[in-house]
Design a protein around this ligand. Structure first.
Ligand code: NOJ
Ligand code: CA
Length: 559
């Protein structure tokens, strides 16, 4: 397999708003991140995905960019960003900038010009259509609720926004626009960053007729994915983008690519794919259809999760493709709250989950706070939520007849704010995140128990476990974990995650008993020794009694 630096990386995502506030205004900032670089380095990661820090009206927390070349004053200055890139580099860490190029902000100068003249030069950078019979051009629902079309006052035109109305979609059919975007990318690449995390990229191509779809909710709109997600011909844009940007540098792109079926993995992230790697959505909610609103998603079992996760690994491998395994980011609830029943939640179960994730095939991504076991945060009222998507889903649940209490419960299970509450550094007011007593988003009240300081010097803490596990992945078996094959075994054993990583004669068996009950496991005969454990096990016999949430790695030898 082709060796690339980014295959060997381990990534950590920072959500700047919530990582560390250095000046007491309640908002995380670049200086705060710089101050915590040693913490990040100490974890053992070497790639840092920075969620957007560009100028933005923050309707979608920075995923609505009004200036791609400048840092938002909330976060600091361009000089501080250069300093961050430099100081990270000194510590062997490469920065991944977030690249939001399906849409920009309605405050971007291009869009302001476009509104003045939808048929003019800048109008062609966006998607303007005339209404039909006094209504929107089609009945597409925006991902954040309501129509995906917004009327331009005083004209017959509507503009398309697949996300909120402050996020107008670019018209990727316009070559001039595309090359403006590549210029932005090259500007950042010139600074020596590692590359980009590419936002919502499978939305950039739409059916040119924008056809209406069957209505699927009480709001009278329909889900547009069929005509607006991974749409035929998107590859021409993506390969052009790659050739004009990252392929000229030794840089990577990890794509947020919802709607890419397994058959397309090779095309997207195979050897000559559009991207270096992608986040696969298929295992997040094993019963999840992109179409289903949160409140209609069915619960899933551990075995369904396992099957979906392993199927994703197998499909990537079969396509010679590379993925970025992850369980958390700023759009998802906390993984320990999602995959572990609350009565089982402790260091043991959280370390079992970490083991499952970090030894998979691909470049693993960890989200800030995951390493200390931060959990979902329950809000007492919908007023405590900030996220535009949570507010919409709350309303949709209410409209579908759920009570306020039920709707809040749905938010607890799915809200993006679960992972956006500020990072818990210590047990002081605002958890050491900020000197302000009122951070921009409520603190999770459990910060007194769950925080970095209390785990830092404790050899048995989850934080210490993450460090050990990361260093294990990077240690003497590194090549096996990075370049080795993935193969499942004991697939029918309930609640047992069992996979092998194989490179030439080396085989590592990863075994995780993902349940509270003990489990008897007959070990494969090739097993030679135990090389990693989350429970201090150091002796082996042919049959072992695995403890609840025990995770072990065994070394074997291929025949
Ligand atoms: C995906 C980002 O991760 C999410 O936070 C954002 O709301 C949408 N894309 C729109 O940019
Ligand atoms: Ca600040």
């Amino acid at each position: 397999m082709e060796k690339r630096w980014w295959k060997e990386a381990i990534a950590y995502q920072v959500y700047p708003l919530s990582f560390k506030d250095s000046n007491g205004d309640g908002i995380g900032d670049l200086r705060g991140i710089i101050d915590k670089l040693d913490y990040i380095k100490d974890l053992g990661v070497n790639l840092l995905w920075l969620s957007p820090v560009y100028c933005s009206p923050m309707k979608d927390n920075g995923y609505d960019i009004s200036d791609y070349y400048n840092v938002d004053p909330r976060f600091g200055t361009n000089e501080e960003l250069d300093e961050l890139i430099e100081k990270a580099k000194e510590r062997g860490i490469k920065i991944l900038m977030d690249l939001v190029i399906n849409h920009c902000s309605d405050s971007h100068p291009w869009f302001k010009e476009a509104l003045k003249d939808p048929e003019g030069k800048y109008g062609k950078y966006f998607i303007f259509k005339k209404g039909k019979d006094g209504k929107e051009p089609s009945n597409w629902r925006s991902i954040f609720g309501g129509s995906a079309w917004e009327k331009v006052e005083g004209t017959d035109y509507y503009y398309l926004h697949m996300f909120c109305k402050g996020q107008p979609d670019f018209n990727w059919n316009n070559k001039e626009l595309r090359f403006k975007l590549y210029e932005i990318m090259n500007h950042w690449l010139e600074k020596g960053i590692g590359g980009f995390r590419v936002d919502a990229i499978t939305h950039i191509k739409k059916d040119p007729n924008y056809p209406s779809v069957p209505v699927d909710g009480p709001d009278g709109f329909g889900e547009a994915a069929k005509y607006a997600l991974n749409y035929t011909g998107i590859g021409d844009f993506l390969s052009e983008m790659r050739d004009e940007t990252t392929s000229k540098y030794d840089a990577m792109m990890v794509a947020e690519a919802p709607g890419v079926p397994k058959e397309d993995f090779g095309e997207f992230v195979g050897n000559n794919g559009y991207f270096s790697m992608m986040f696969d959505f298929s295992y997040l909610y094993p019963s999840f259809e992109l179409k289903a609103p949160w409140h209609k998603i069915k619960p899933f079992t551990t075995d369904q999760f396992k099957e979906a996760l392993f199927a994703s690994q197998e499909a990537m491998q079969k396509a010679d493709a590379w993925q970025a395994p992850y369980l958390e980011n700023h759009d998802l609830p906390r993984s320990v709250s999602r995959y572990i029943p609350c009565e089982d939640l402790n260091r043991q179960s959280a370390s079992a989950l970490a083991t499952i994730l970090l030894l998979l095939r691909g470049t693993p991504f960890i989200y800030q706070g995951q390493e200390i076991g931060m959990t979902n945060c329950s809000m007492k009222s919908v007023k405590e939520y900030d996220d535009i998507s949570t507010l919409d889903y709350y309303q949709r649940a209410i409209a579908d007849g759920f009570s306020e209490e039920e709707s809040l419960e749905v938010c607890y299970d799915f809200s993006r704010d679960n992972s956006r509450t500020p990072m818990q550094w210590d047990d002081s007011i605002s958890a050491g995140f900020s000197d302000s007593e009122k951070p921009w988003l409520k603190m999770n009240p459990n910060y007194k128990e769950i925080n970095v300081e209390s785990q830092q010097d404790d050899k048995n803490s989850l934080l210490s476990f993450y460090k050990e596990l990361i260093s294990f992945r990077k240690g003497k078996f590194k090549d096996v974990f990075v370049y080795g094959d993935f193969e499942t075994f004991m697939t029918n054993e309930k609640n047992l995650f069992a996979y092998k990583r194989i490179l030439d004669k080396d085989v590592l068996f990863v075994l995780v008993n993902f349940q509270n009950e003990e489990k008897e496991v007959v070990l494969p005969s090739e097993v030679k020794e135990i090389v990693f454990s989350n429970s201090g096990r150091n002796e082996l016999s042919d049959t072992i009694q695995m403890k609840g949430y025990e995770a072990i790695v065994l070394r074997g030898q291929n025949q």
